[in-house]
Design a protein around this ligand. Structure first.
Ligand SMILES: [Zn+2]
Length: 141
């Protein structure tokens, strides 16, 4: 994948607070999730407190980058003008080995090639100097 930013006119994530920290790791081409120091569970989206044990102690733990397709939907009519040129496309929920789920895209297949449980692994798509998005590619079983 190219390290150069592509022309990207779509809405972009907020870079404030814990979300900013998450995307800073992505900018370094590392997928990291919060891991609770109380119970050891991973969590995503980033938040201050563990939903399982209420601990506020956590660390950024590097993900294996491997997961499977949990579900997806196919968008055939863009709800935002910036996506009109890329329909149909499939927002995909990936279930990571760490147990967290992440909304992303599988960039090397069409929506009709997606399958529940399909193994995928993370890649990164630099869309601006500030933002690199985690995306996924098909992986061997
Ligand atoms: Zn916990």
């Amino acid at each position: 994948m190219s390290q150069n930013a592509i022309s990207y006119d779509k809405p972009q994530p907020s870079l404030t607070g814990l979300h900013g920290e998450f995307y800073a790791w992505c900018r370094d081409r590392e997928l990291r999730f919060q891991r609770c120091k109380g119970c050891g569970r991973h969590r995503h989206v980033p938040r201050d407190i563990c939903a399982h044990c209420s601990s506020m102690e956590w660390e950024w733990a590097r993900s294996s980058g491997r997961g499977t397709v949990f579900t997806w939907t196919e968008v055939v009519r863009a709800l935002h003008p910036a996506f009109a040129a890329v329909t149909p496309y499939a927002p995909v929920v990936v279930e990571m080995e760490e147990g967290v789920r992440l909304l992303s895209r599988v960039v090397d297949c069409t929506p009709d090639e997606l399958q529940i449980g399909m193994p995928v692994e993370v890649d990164f798509e630099k869309v601006s100097d500030a933002i690199t998005l985690p995306v996924f590619r098909r992986a061997a079983r």
